[in-house]
Design a protein around this ligand. Structure first.
Ligand SMILES: [Fe+2]
Ligand SMILES: [Fe+2]
Length: 289
């Protein structure tokens, strides 16, 4: 098959960077909620009041909080109650996840994702990255969550370009040994992880998080980034959970040496994967009821 030239790939990449303003914005109420949480003088009532102005945000937050991941053990029915039970830290995590649902929740015709599918994959990878970070290096837990949540954001950007070249992608994928990642490289000249790193730098995402997103498919190239290995392993585990959305989910492999690098043994890694599987199934169940 004809492979795209480096010059054409660079031109396309530049063109994509210019259209970034077309991305759907983050939900306004979520942005205000984040401002309130950053203000040390604010309190839970202020936060609940702003969130409650958008019922769709309320519903999403309550759904996520009632998912077994948070293990609250009882049904939460109001934002106020959720705030006092979870505290600001966990609540921020939930609000960020809901905030990106506008961006990550879109239907992607090029990649053939139904609405919400990439978002579920993303929050599951965020949760799983946090679990791994807590075992490997607790200080990385928040960054791991963000890296996991945003790792596939490049797919949102590339989707229209994949759709434009749908025939070429479908043809390429007829060879069942190929991954979507290979198709991106052959047809566009770069993959979703590379384009995501351009975007993260433009958005001023912290550099270690950006690196984890850039190298989430090949962490050995990241010059020893723990976060890149964590997000890579988390993405792998979530894809293996059986709730995958992409045809190549079960073909994707864990990079050799990744488990050793993270200091896990095969044994505790399978314990972790079991834990992840449970969470992912429960989160998925909470959304498909
Ligand atoms: Fe990816
Ligand atoms: Fe992924």
């Amino acid at each position: 098959m004809h492979k795209v030239s480096e010059r054409d790939a660079q031109q396309l990449r530049n063109r994509i960077m210019k259209t970034l303003n077309d991305l759907p914005p983050m939900n306004e109420v979520v942005m205000k909620a984040q401002e309130i949480m950053a203000d040390p003088n604010s309190n839970i009532e202020d936060l609940a009041a702003i969130i409650e102005t958008d019922q769709s945000v309320v519903v999403k937050i309550l759904k996520l909080m009632n998912s077994p991941y948070y293990g609250l053990g009882r049904e939460i029915s109001s934002i106020g109650q959720a705030c006092s039970l979870l505290g600001f830290g966990k609540l921020r995590e939930v609000i960020v996840a809901v905030g990106v649902s506008n961006v990550l929740g879109k239907k992607l015709k090029g990649y053939e994702f139904e609405s919400g599918e990439l978002w579920l994959h993303s929050i599951a990878t965020g949760f799983c990255s946090r679990i791994l970070a807590e075992k490997k290096n607790r200080e990385l837990a928040n960054d791991a969550y963000t890296g996991g949540l945003l790792h596939d954001v490049g797919k949102i950007i590339l989707d229209p370009y994949v759709l434009e070249r749908k025939d070429a992608f479908d043809n390429f994928m007829k060879d069942e040994t190929k991954l979507v990642l290979d198709a991106e490289k052959a047809i566009l000249g770069f993959d979703h992880a590379e384009i995501a790193s351009d975007i993260c730098r433009k958005w001023h995402i912290p550099e270690n998080v950006t690196i984890s997103i850039q190298y989430h498919h090949y962490p050995s190239l990241s010059e020893g980034s723990e976060l890149a290995h964590i997000v890579h392993a988390a993405d792998y585990l979530v894809r293996q959970s059986g709730l995958g959305y992409e045809d190549d989910d079960l073909m994707v492999e864990l990079e050799e040496g990744a488990i050793d690098f993270l200091g896990f043994t095969q044994e505790n890694f399978s314990d972790i994967s079991f834990q992840v599987l449970e969470y992912v199934q429960k989160i998925d169940g909470a959304y498909h009821r």
